[in-house]
Design a protein around this ligand. Structure first.
Ligand code: TYM
Length: 378
């Protein structure tokens, strides 16, 4: 096994390519994207722009789907004292699109122990509160309540523990260390947590399809080694790049640094201020120079965010790019446009969140009810 940490240090597009080589995942190529298009007649912007850029067996899953084989969706979010930012929503937005298109069940894990065991919070009861808050934010993305089950690990542990017993026995500490880079200071919770993140891949007999950031792939790499031993399917993953932080290209959008991130609960004025003040710009220092030499969209955070998700119209994005390069569009104008786009996206989530009935996803929806009766059978 390669010694790759769960926190891949991405500094360029080449590093994403390197991850593909090291993890043994495949790039999402035109053939697969065409196959997806042929089945659903549409492509989400995150796929069109190749922000989801790599996968395991997604091609096989789609081909088998065409032959009647079932799959289900699984993803998650680990609560900590840090709030959710727009990067954290990327997998959920794409997952919703997949659920809409394929009308399949979706399981969302909220592991309230993970970040506590990582020492990213001092107080466990505080994390439990964040778990509910995050669950509400996630549900506000708009999943089908009858086909979605959101569960907090500590609440659902009676169901998770038995499969985790079997899974934990199949992963030795040496493998876990090699894949995740634990050191002598890591708590003993973390190696066991691997089993808990793998359990939901056994919730159904179909193939689990897991949309997530590329940092989460190591869990599922281990899952693929052990699933066949239990007669379950190897997980298929579809992996995204990371949204840059406000500071510039390939910086981390870090939940613990408000100057780097746009949070889902930020209000309009905060978003405006953050983008105007901190968003790294590819524009020239003076208006005169900008008009004369033009800006560089490829290092511009506002342009990057538009290109990832917030400007869905390909023609419009191209126009913005060209005008920026020509110096016709100023940094101020680009930022104002981005602020409005991000705000309309965030406002929609915030509005839905006000009326969200989280019980439907956690306890009362059709799938949720079924899952509270679920027992792991080998
Ligand atoms: P967490 O809470 O760190 O992150 C939640 C999801 O968001 C992705 N992500 C990002 N995507 C794009 N740009 C960013 N800047 C960015 N930052 C984070 C993460 O890759 C992740 O998909 N261990 C998991 C929780 C979990 C989980 C799962 C994730 C439990 N079960 C199953 C995926 C699938 C975690 O700590 O995620």
């Amino acid at each position: 096994m390669d010694n790759i940490l769960i926190d891949p240090n991405i500094k360029s597009e080449n590093d994403y390519k390197r991850l593909v080589e090291i993890f043994g995942v495949k790039e999402l190529n035109d053939n697969i994207i065409n196959l997806l298009y042929d089945i659903v007649g549409d492509l989400h912007v995150l796929i069109r722009r190749r922000f989801f850029y790599a996968h395991r067996d997604f091609d096989i899953l789609l081909n088998e789907y065409n032959n009647g084989k079932k799959f289900f969706l699984y993803t998650g979010r680990a609560p900590s004292k840090s709030k959710m930012h727009i990067g954290h929503l990327i997998p959920f937005i794409f997952t919703k699109w997949l659920q809409d298109k394929f009308d399949v069940n979706l399981y969302i894990q909220i592991p309230d122990e993970e970040k506590y065991w990582e020492k990213k919070a001092d107080n466990y009861s505080e994390i439990k509160e964040y778990a509910i808050e995050d669950a509400k934010t996630i549900a506000s993305v708009g999943f089908n309540p009858d086909k979605t089950f959101i569960f907090i690990n500590s609440e659902y542990i009676d169901h998770l523990y038995k499969p985790a017993i079997y899974i934990a026995r199949e992963i030795n500490l040496n493998t876990a260390k090699n894949v995740f880079g634990f050191d002598d200071e890591s708590t003993i919770g973390l190696p066991f947590y691997i089993a808990l993140q793998i359990v939901p891949t056994f919730f159904e007999n179909g193939v689990p399809l897991i949309p997530c950031g590329v940092d989460q792939d190591p869990y599922f790499r281990l899952q693929r080694d052990i699933a066949p031993k239990f007669g379950y399917n190897k997980a298929s993953t579809i992996l995204s790049k990371f949204v840059w932080g406000l500071q510039g290209p390939y910086t981390k959008m870090s939940a613990s640094d408000p100057k780097s991130a746009i949070f889902i609960d930020d209000d309009y004025d905060t978003i405006k201020e953050k983008i105007n003040k901190y968003a790294f710009s590819g524009g020239k220092p003076t208006l005169e120079e900008h008009r004369k030499y033009g800006g560089n969209p490829d290092i511009d955070v506002s342009y990057f965010w538009l290109s990832v998700l917030f400007e869905e119209d390909d023609k419009k994005l191209f126009e913005i790019r060209e005008k920026y390069i020509q110096g016709e569009l100023t940094t101020g104008e680009l930022k104002s446009y981005t602020i409005e786009k991000i705000w309309s996206f965030i406002k929609e989530i915030q509005d839905r969140r006000k009326n969200i009935n989280i019980n439907k996803y956690m306890y009362d929806g059709k799938l949720a009810k079924e899952m509270w009766d679920w027992e792991f059978e080998l």
